[in-house]
Design a protein around this ligand. Structure first.
Ligand SMILES: N=CN[C@@H](CCC(=O)O)C(=O)O
Ligand SMILES: [Zn+2]
Length: 413
């Protein structure tokens, strides 16, 4: 199958040479080609350039993109989109004055989602989750990481990971699975957290590795959840089974989680709403990608990740949705990119880099996705007719995605 996309108003995120990620000042550069063509063959990007060099060979399909932009699909490197039910009641409780912490301390929050998930069949969980997956693909996401962590028992964590596996088998976008057994301390272990950490290390990790259900290991390293010591133990155990760390740190308190991430060679450290100078410094010149989740800051009314400080210090930054029922019930990367510009003072170029190539890196997918580069997967967004790419973050709350191509094929057009 060979497709020609012609008369593209502007082809975004063009990288002739493959790159891992962009940091610091380089984040403000978004290479583009105006009045461009692109050829996709057998699911890969075969060629691109200006219309002056547009090939005249025969194609299976020709798509006229007059007035429209073409860009790589969004790479959403942090979600919890496999969950059961929702937490609308807690949303109203927060509107009426309770805090996220108070709700969690009263047995709500993650434990609430765990209870519902444990009572939901795998089939039903799959059916609820696939709706969310289809919804984000329509919004332009072409690669997504999905975590477990609402099971909090060996059986229920395996149920979540099996659902993720089934989504991988049934949908063409790239899906990466993360084991987040240490997301909260289950009720039964409330007086003996160490026993739960032992269970994660001695039973859950080996079982997940044996069944090959996850690529990454995550921990919610936070006051009242898992300490830096717990986090180190769990990450080390995961690494022995080949699981790569990607961790939740500095959401509410800065307790040294970023340092643990760097020490353990985490692929990413995510959230980072509370950042001290030393947290920024320790990330410098490492291979650990900081990931901001502005949808969570928006929904919980907590501080935003200090993107300006971090980028100005020379760091890279990725953006993700954190799609989950409690702190970010939206998987809309268009909204995330817009919020990053409005609230975190990222420029459109920085935000698009953060949501494409840097997000791909945070999922170990930068050699396949995240830029328009020959040989990468032809996962692309065709926008509606727009004046400039700045309109994507500017007109918040709208989707400018007209159609989405995954491995060179149109989905949900
Ligand atoms: N912070 C930890 N985990 C999720 C939220 C969990 C929940 O409230 O259900 C997050 O990334 O925001
Ligand atoms: Zn999360």
């Amino acid at each position: 199958m060979k497709i020609l996309f012609k008369n593209i108003k502007e082809l975004l995120q063009v990288r002739n040479e493959p790159i891992k990620f962009v940091s610091g000042k380089d984040m403000s550069i978004l290479p583009t080609i105006k009045h461009a063509f692109l050829v996709a063959e057998n699911g890969l990007i075969l060629d691109f350039g200006t219309m002056d060099d547009c090939p005249s060979a025969s194609f299976d399909a020709i798509i006229d993109c007059t007035g429209k932009m073409v860009m790589p699909t969004w790479c959403d490197s942090h979600t919890h989109l496999v969950y059961a039910g929702n937490r609308e009641g807690e949303f109203v409780d927060r509107i009426n004055g309770l805090t996220y912490e108070e709700i969690a301390n009263n047995g709500g929050g993650i434990l609430n989602s765990a209870k519902v998930l444990q009572e939901t069949s795998e089939e039903e969980l799959y059916n609820q989750s696939k709706v969310r997956l289809e919804e984000i693909i329509k919004l332009g996401t072409g690669a997504v990481e999905i975590k477990s962590g609402y099971g909090l028992s060996v059986a229920a964590e395996l149920k979540m990971l099996s659902v993720i596996k089934r989504l991988k088998e049934n949908y063409p976008i790239e899906i990466k699975a993360t084991l987040l057994g240490a997301h909260a301390v289950p009720k039964e272990f409330k007086d003996d957290k160490n026993a739960y950490v032992d269970l994660v290390i001695n039973e859950l990790i080996p079982k997940v590795a044996e069944e090959n259900l996850a690529e990454y290991i995550d921990v919610f390293c936070e006051t009242g959840y898992f300490s830096v010591e717990d986090t180190t133990r769990i990450l080390q155990a995961g690494k022995q089974y080949g699981l790569i760390p990607k961790i939740h740190v500095n959401q509410f308190t800065a307790v040294g989680g970023v340092q643990v991430g760097v020490e353990q060679h985490a692929l990413s450290v995510d959230h980072l709403e509370e950042m001290r100078e030393e947290d920024i410094k320790v990330l410098k010149d490492t291979n650990t990608m900081p990931v901001a989740l502005p949808g969570c800051s928006y929904f919980l009314s907590i501080p935003y990740t200090p993107a300006r400080k971090m980028i100005d210090a020379g760091l890279p930054l990725a953006l993700a949705t954190d799609y989950n029922p409690g702190s970010a019930p939206s998987g809309n990367m268009n909204f995330v990119v817009s919020t990053a510009c409005v609230k975190m003072k990222m420029t459109p170029e920085e935000a698009i880099n953060a949501a494409t190539i840097n997000g791909a890196y945070a999922m170990g997918l930068h050699d396949k996705l995240g830029s328009i580069t020959k040989g990468k997967l032809a996962n692309m967004i065709i926008t509606k007719p727009i004046n400039s790419f700045g309109v994507i973050p500017y007109s918040f709350g709208q989707s400018h995605v007209e159609s989405v191509f995954v491995k060179g094929r149109p989905l949900f057009t």
